[in-house]
Design a protein around this ligand. Structure first.
Ligand code: NPW
Ligand code: ADP
Ligand code: K
Length: 504
């Protein structure tokens, strides 16, 4: 799914109205209908509802919600902010007129000073103050109102975006001055801001409602941001040909594990095998031999010269893809071997965990990484290499910059893992669960991406599809083992089922 900028959503909105003949009032009706259905489905008419309507079309949406709730037997209290009595947009004015035409007596129109109702945790608030028309971060009375709503404990449903938050970038916004929604119901598209952990407490849960904006305009409007769902991944994954053999599915090589961290190699190897690689060799410290052969008998074991660490990372047997990092440690011998690998290997590498930490200690290596390589840092690993960031937004912008500069893909791991490509495109992943916040789950991802690369998938697809498969495997594992009980191995073992579900 495309994630559009606020500016582009406005353009698509305009095309829909001007070229497809759908009136803005009809679009507002569709928004309001979806918001009302949500409320009617989950709350009873006796719920004390307070609706805050601003003077633009976000406010128009809110006023129509009010009218529809009245029809459904609710009796909402509605506050409309209409400074000087003349600031309403055309649609907002019409929505007010239609509301009053029902005979409704509860409208409080705020023309200069606001008398705010007391909000309690029993209240349901509909936040239609500001949507995509927000010009500046909130200040003054609206800032105070946002705080009052957020701190009241009431349940808040925000229409389109939480009021005070921009749909795109929010570096200038202070979270406390934004309405904190429990649920945000976005019009037609999710917003970039929803995917950044900085805004998690502002947006709450979110849903997108389809109001039928012009499909042609959606198709023809370019964007750099995408939300990856199952269909996009199933379109990428290829079915196996009946006469194919393991030779058709590549031979992956993992440099992984050392004394005390052999499990990382086991999990990466399981992830690779469960995602279809034809053959897998794990090169690890000699001491890892019994564990790897016992736990992953399908993989070939390549012993290092050294007993406890990896000291040699030369590419072997013309392998089709290399993944490096899980559980390798940061000792000198391993770092030296990694430097040689990075400087000599001309095809894309998958680089994770301690291999990333080694790069953080020798940043000149960045200039040598083969184009198309995939780095899979979590926030801490990313910051160690590219500098500390104070926000997820800043980190994403930095990732876009360095991905372009070094021609590498960056898989920024987190709740919505973002795969950033050198062309500036960013793919946010939709699968996954907090059950995956457990040691070893990242190792499984390295295995999956390396396996897909070995099978001939391009780095762009191997990373985006690999991340989705990994997240879905986490969800499947969590179905059985729960949020607390899921382990890295459970995720690895569910990878095959995840791919099966995607391809069905
Ligand atoms: N996209 C779609 O397809 C559809 C979108 N729809 C809905 O329309 C919404 C967008 O509506 P919108 O453009 O009228 O803007 P909106 O957010 O209501 O705010 C404008 C008002 O706020 C004011 N204002 C701004 N900043 C301010 C500040 N810092 N402090 C104080 N005031 C400030 C601004 O004042 P002005 O700039 O005029 O002085 C103006 O009065 C969108 O989010 C969605 O809900 C659907 O209904 C239909 C389909
Ligand atoms: N709250 C979460 N929601 C979704 N996915 C998560 C969450 N927490 C962690 N994950 C996923 O789990 C993996 C953790 O990887 P990482 O931090 O490298 O762990 P480790 O190095 O211990 O294996 C990442 O793919 C990340 O996206
Ligand atoms: K809003």
């Amino acid at each position: 799914m495309k994630i559009f900028s606020t500016e582009n959503i406005r353009k698509i909105d305009r095309v829909t109205i001007e070229e497809e003949g759908v009136s803005s009032q009809e679009l507002i009706r569709r928004v309001a209908e979806a918001v009302t259905s949500e409320i009617v489905a989950h709350w009873s008419p006796s719920t004390p509802v307070v609706i805050f309507a601003g003077s633009g079309n976000n406010g128009a949406d809110a006023l129509v919600v009010g009218r529809m709730l009245l029809e459904a037997g609710f009796y909402p209290r509605i506050l409309l902010f209409n400074f000087h009595g003349d600031s309403l947009s055309r649609d907002c004015r019409q929505a007010k007129h239609d509301l009053l035409a029902t005979g409704y007596q509860g409208l409080v129109e705020i023309i200069d000073r606001a008398e705010l109702p007391t909000l309690t945790p029993e209240h349901l608030v509909v936040d239609g103050l500001f949507g995509s028309g927000l010009r500046e971060p909130l200040e003054g009375g609206f800032m105070m109102l946002a705080r009052v709503i957020s701190e009241s404990g009431a349940t808040v449903i925000s229409i389109d975006v939480p009021s005070g938050m921009f749909g795109d970038w929010n570096a200038r916004v202070i979270g406390r001055n934004v309405v904190h929604a429990n649920l945000t119901i976005a019009v037609q598209f999710p917003r970039l801001a929803f995917f950044l952990s900085d805004n998690a407490d502002l947006v709450g849960r979110w849903k997108v409602i389809d109001i039928g904006l012009s499909e042609r305009a959606i198709l023809n409007t370019p964007t750099k941001y995408f939300y990856v769902e199952r269909d996009e991944v199933s379109a990428v994954l290829k079915s196996r040909k009946p006469f194919s053999s393991k030779a058709d599915y590549g031979h992956a090589l993992l440099f992984s594990g050392c004394y005390g961290m052999t499990g990382a190699a086991v999990m990466a190897a399981r992830g690779a095998l469960r995602s279809g690689v034809g053959k897998l060799t794990v090169h690890s410290a000699r001491a890892a031999f019994p564990v790897l052969q016992g736990q992953v008998p399908e993989a070939l074991f390549s012993p290092d010269r050294q007993d406890y660490v990896i000291s040699d990372m030369s590419a072997r047997f013309n392998c089709s893809a290399i993944g490096v990092g899980p559980g390798i440690g940061t000792n000198d011998a391993t770092r030296g071997a990694l430097e040689t690998l990075i400087k000599s290997y001309k095809r894309p590498l998958v680089i994770d965990a301690d291999a990333l930490n080694a790069i953080a200690q020798n940043q000149s290596l960045l200039d040598h990484i083969a184009p198309g390589s995939i780095l899979t840092p979590h926030a801490g690993e990313f910051d160690r290499i590219f500098g500390a960031q104070t926000s997820a937004e800043g980190r994403l912008l930095k990732a876009i910059e360095v991905s372009h500069r070094y021609k590498i893909l960056i898989v920024l791991k987190g709740h919505y893992t973002a795969t950033v490509r050198p062309d500036g495109k960013v793919f946010f992943n939709s699968s996954g669960t907090p059950a995956m916040a457990t040691a070893g789950s990242g190792d499984v991802l390295t295995g999956i991406i390396t396996s897909l690369l070995a099978q001939g998938y391009k780095p762009e697809s191997a990373s985006v599809a690999g991340v989705y498969i990994h997240g879905l495997a986490g969800e499947i594992a969590a179905d059985t083992h729960g949020e607390y009980g899921t382990t890295g191995m459970d995720i690895a073992d569910a990878v095959g089922r995840a791919i099966k579900v995607i391809m069905e």
